[in-house]
Structures are given as C-alpha cells and as structure tokens.
Design a protein around this ligand. Structure first.
Ligand code: SF4
Ligand code: SF4
Ligand code: SF4
Length: 324
C-alpha cells in the first residue's frame, strides 16, 4: 500500500520513523511525569486499538506507543486529543495531534508529593515550564529534580533545575546535639561546624540539600518558605561531545528560570545553523561563546539579590579523537 505521507509533518506530530517502514510509533508527553489511571487507560486503548499492544516507557517519562499503521494516524490523533487536553498540553487543534516534537517532555523526579528530601513540587513547576515553552520545534531538553540527589539526572539536559532550600536556624531550640554537623558532613558538603556548642552554617559551602532540617531533633533548623533553585546548563548526551550540565546560577527563583529558558529560544532562533538537520543548544553556545548566550538569556531577567551567578561557565565532557 502506498500512502501519501509528509514525513516532516508526521515527525513534527511526535510520530517516529521506525525500523519497520510499514509502521510508526507515537510519543506521548507527560509533563512533570505525573499521570492519572484514567489517562493511562487512554494510552492503553490507543496501543490496543491502533498499535501492536506494546508501550515503551521513555527516559523522559513519556510513553511510546508502538506498531501504529501510518493510515491510522488521523484516528490516533482523535484518541490522543482528550489526553492532551487533560494533561493541559498547549495546542491549536488537539484533533490534529501534537503541534511539535522538538521541545521534549519536561521531566521531573517525584518531588515533594512523596519525597521527604524534595524542596518543591517538581510536577507543578514542570507544568508551568511546559505551558511557557511548548509547542516549539527547537530541540530543548529541560528536567527538574527536587534536591541535589538529582534522581532525575538533570545534568544531562540543556536546562537542569535542582531544588535548594535555605536552612533557617532558631538557636533557642538548639540542644547542641551536633546531629546537623554530623549529617551535613556525612551526607552533604560539611557546611555546618559546631562552634561553642552551636551550629554555624557556611553559606558558600551549603548546597541547600535540607539534611540539617530533616535531621534536627528539635526543629531548630527549618526550611525557608521561599523556594530556591540551582540552574545547571547545557548538558547533553549524543555523539560529538557528551557532557554534564554545569552550574550557572545558584539560589535562583522560578520566574527567572522560566524567563531564561524562554529567552534562549530567541537566542537559538538567531544563531542556529539552519544548514544542519538539527543543532543542539550547547553546540550553538560553543560556537557563539558563552557571553553571547548569556547576553540573550538574561534579557529582562530580574534575578533576586540572593542569587549567585557565575560570570563564565566552562564545560569539559568526553571528546572523540580528532574532535575539537
Ligand atoms: S532528587 Fe531528591 S527530591 Fe527528587 S526523588 Fe530524589 S531524593 Fe527525592
Ligand atoms: S541538630 Fe538541631 S538541636 Fe542538634 S545541634 Fe543541630 S540545630 Fe542544634
Ligand atoms: S542544607 Fe545541606 S549543605 Fe546546607 S547546611 Fe544543611 S545539610 Fe549542610
């Protein structure tokens, strides 16, 4: 059977070109990695009706529905429409399927819905970012993790957002047990020292993990109500120079992070090499230099006073012989 298929459009709609040319697979995005049982039933129904029954769980917390026949794409789009609506995915016409596949699903660890160590609701923040940046054809990867344990491995993303807390001490509640010093040293960066039987926190060494607050028996240490984030940038997997994202801004706020990511789309639009099939942001930054990226990324960003920003960022990573 010969079908008149516009491959470019189909790929844009999150359908994959598969090894078996007779069929395709649909990538379903789940911003923040949270989905309800009734929505999983829709995924399951699509797989059983139009796929071959198999669903692959992707590393970016989406689903990939396998074995869909090309001729069934319009019907699959109709079935996926309520899923897009309920997950609040931006679209113009849900019945036409996903409006773009470039900007990848915003992935997140489970966050403070469940995890004691989390500093914030990772899914909520992921959904906010999704609303601000999707749909877009540019290949952006954003991931969030609730604390420096980084279960989500966000440093392999263009933007890795790591939750931080500012520990607050009520010295009147401290019984000088030394537990915070021990935990900070054993589990984290050793930012607390007992001085004259009272804990002192070195702000420059503190990574905002919250172990002191979690382990203080009298709640003398508590987490500040304000949310803080570490923004690590331009990590990547892939062929030429895979590398981990490096910290750029520490103790950042939510609004600034969203604005920086949005600004980066303008920067990419200006500098992307359109002669290439695709160019990841990190390679564009390598080409233009970090300072040019920084100029664009910080446009109209009003970082709070407490934020700490590195003037320059350097990456290393792995390089194959002969690659500069
Ligand atoms: S990264 Fe931190 S907050 Fe997220 S699941 Fe792991 S331990 Fe919990
Ligand atoms: S763990 Fe709490 S009570 Fe013990 S030394 Fe630290 S602040 Fe004081
Ligand atoms: S938040 Fe973490 S790094 Fe900072 S003082 Fe507490 S235990 Fe140490």
């Amino acid at each position: 059977m010969t079908l008149d298929i516009n491959i470019k459009n189909i790929k844009k709609n999150a359908y994959r070109i598969c090894k078996n040319k007779e069929e395709t697979a649909l990538r379903v995005r789940v911003p923040g990695g949270e989905i309800t049982g009734d929505l999983i039933e829709i995924v399951s129904k699509i797989a059983n009706t139009y796929g071959d029954g198999r669903i692959h769980l992707t590393t970016r917390q989406g689903f990939e529905i396998l074995g869909i026949k090309w001729e069934d794409i319009d019907k699959v789009n109709l079935m996926v429409a309520p899923l897009m609506d309920k997950l609040e995915i931006n679209h113009v016409d849900a019945n036409a399927g996903y409006p773009a596949a470039g900007t990848r699903n915003i992935a997140a660890c489970i966050g403070n819905k469940v995890c004691l160590k989390a500093q914030y609701n990772t899914t909520e923040f992921a959904k906010k970012i999704e609303k601000s940046i999707f749909p877009h054809d540019f290949h952006f990867k954003v991931a969030l993790t609730g604390c420096p344990n980084d279960c989500q491995k966000v440093r392999s993303n263009d933007f890795g957002i790591i939750g931080m807390t500012l520990p607050k001490l009520d010295i009147s509640k401290c019984v000088s047990c030394g537990r915070c010093e021990k935990k900070c040293k054993g589990l984290s960066t050793g930012a607390i020292k007992m001085v004259n039987y009272k804990p002192q926190r070195d702000h420059d060494r503190c990574i905002g993990c919250g172990e002191c607050a979690l382990n203080c028996p009298t709640s003398a240490w508590t987490r500040d109500a304000e949310k803080y984030y570490r923004l690590a940038i331009m990590g990547r997997t892939g062929k030429r120079n895979p590398r981990l994202a490096e910290d750029w801004i520490i103790w950042a706020d939510e609004a600034s992070i969203i604005k920086i990511i949005k600004n980066t789309y303008d920067y990419v639009d200006k500098y992307i090499d359109r002669s290439l099939p695709k160019e990841h942001i990190g390679y564009i930054v390598d080409r233009t230099g970090f300072m040019e990226f920084k100029k664009w990324a910080l446009k109209d960003v009003d970082l709070p006073e407490y934020s700490v920003m590195k003037n320059n960022v350097y990456w290393s990573g792995m390089k194959y012989p002969g690659i500069k």
